[in-house]
Ligand binder design. Structure first.
Ligand SMILES: NC(=O)c1ccc[n+]([C@@H]2O[C@H](COP(=O)([O-])OP(=O)(O)OC[C@H]3O[C@@H](n4cnc5c(N)ncnc54)[C@H](OP(=O)(O)O)[C@@H]3O)[C@@H](O)[C@H]2O)c1
Length: 345
């Protein structure tokens, strides 16, 4: 199979290059970056010297469709929806790492992303690419909307309790923390070393574009309208994301009972690891890997559950999950190209 990566000069695209270079069933055919077209990849990324010997291309849908099987878009909001309709109509599988095709609700995308909505018929084709909950749909999709990084960590951490109706959704509070690579390769004031290093800052409180995505999936999976309180923070890490979630239990449960429920729910899902009682996940424990580690604790005094979910934002939060989705879609074993152990310490 041949793949193209659009947005390959950015962090998620670069992570896709790293993964697909080691994927036994995929050849990277085209690496697109409009601002670097015709420049050798190793001139932009010297660490790829002798590893990637080709040049960046510009984006030409007709050319891509004539010889690639899958196109990954790792581009900012508003870009993929310009090209994906053409590619889909030409019969190419598209996996979009941006938010363009994630929100189904009318007007939601425009409201939260401040771009025009993608064509309705394309939105209807888009399948939400969270394999642990939409596996069947992914296996036949023509367009996969890869989830955002915060929604991935949040939904994997909280859905088993919401689906089982053990928690009161109206009490749910999500406290998210992300490393700086979550903001992409271009620097801005908040990610500037002098301001990002040795600092923790809250941002976009109540206004983050991942809020409607989390709410839509929670509602879809529980057949009930759910709204969440979601706050986001930048922390001085390159990679890594932690979502700490707090929810009131609707009946008395012990930590062990909840841990057993999660372990059973995720038994067949190779990238979810449930921590034993009294152990907590760390961002370093998943760095560079496609794992999501989940720690669980019930406070019996308040009957409140705390769930801690960690991922590498560039892996399970972006490129790793995109490759997992491609594997499911093409019928490759789910772990293919993703059997990377975390980089620890
Ligand atoms: N970073 C994360 O942790 C993460 C996690 C999950 C999802 N995402 C999503 O993935 C997408 C990419 O994020 P990122 O952090 O990798 O961004 P990034 O580092 O800023 O890279 C953006 C890439 O998009 C390309 N691009 C920009 N405008 C384009 C256009 N009009 N046509 C074609 N290519 C264009 C850029 O190419 P040039 O250099 O040529 O401009 C660059 O390669 C975003 O939608 C983001 O929300 C990111």
């Amino acid at each position: 199979m041949k793949a193209a990566i659009v947005g390959a000069s950015g962090y998620s695209g670069l992570e896709l290059i790293r993964l697909l270079l080691n994927h036994p069933n995929i050849n990277i055919d085209t690496i697109v970056s409009p601002s670097n077209a015709e420049v050798k990849v190793d001139q932009v990324f010297p660490h790829l010297t002798d590893i990637v010997t080709t040049k960046f291309d510009s984006l030409d849908c007709q050319k891509l469709a004539s010889h690639v099987d899958v196109v990954f878009f790792a581009t900012p909001a508003g870009v993929s929806s310009e090209y994906i309709p053409t590619l889909i109509n030409l019969g190419v599988l598209c996996i979009d790492l941006s938010g363009d095709f994630r929100l189904k609700g009318e007007g939601l995308y425009e409201e939260w992303y401040k771009h025009s909505s993608p064509p309705k018929e394309m939105l209807e084709k888009a399948v939400y690419g969270l394999p642990e909950f939409y596996r069947e749909e992914i296996s036949t999709a023509t367009l996969i909307a890869n989830p955002g990084c915060y929604p991935t960590a949040t939904l994997l951490g909280i859905l088993p309790i919401i689906k089982e109706k053990w928690g009161d959704p109206s009490s749910l509070i999500i406290d998210g923390k992300s490393g700086l690579s979550g903001a992409g390769r271009k620097t801005n004031q908040i990610t500037h070393f002098s301001e990002g290093n040795e600092n923790i800052s809250a941002y976009k409180l109540g206004k983050h574009q991942h809020i409607p995505e989390i709410e839509e999936v929670l509602s879809d999976q529980s057949d009930k309208e759910i709204q969440v309180s979601f706050s986001t923070h930048l922390i001085p890490l390159t990679r890594g994301m932690m979502c700490s979630m707090y929810i009131d239990l609707t009946e008395e449960k012990t930590s062990l009972e909840v841990i057993e429920h999660y372990s059973s729910y995720y038994k067949k899902h190779p990238f979810i690891r449930i921590m034993p009682e009294g152990k907590w996940p760390t961002t370093k424990g998943v760095a560079g890997s496609n794992y999501c580690d989940i720690g669980i604790s019930v406070d019996s005094r308040t009957n409140r559950l705390t769930v801690i979910s960690v991922i590498d934002n560039l892996m399970k939060g972006a490129a790793g999950q995109a490759v997992q989705n491609m594997n499911l879609r093409f019928g490759f074993p789910e772990r293919t190209g993703l059997e990377l152990s975390p980089i620890f310490p």
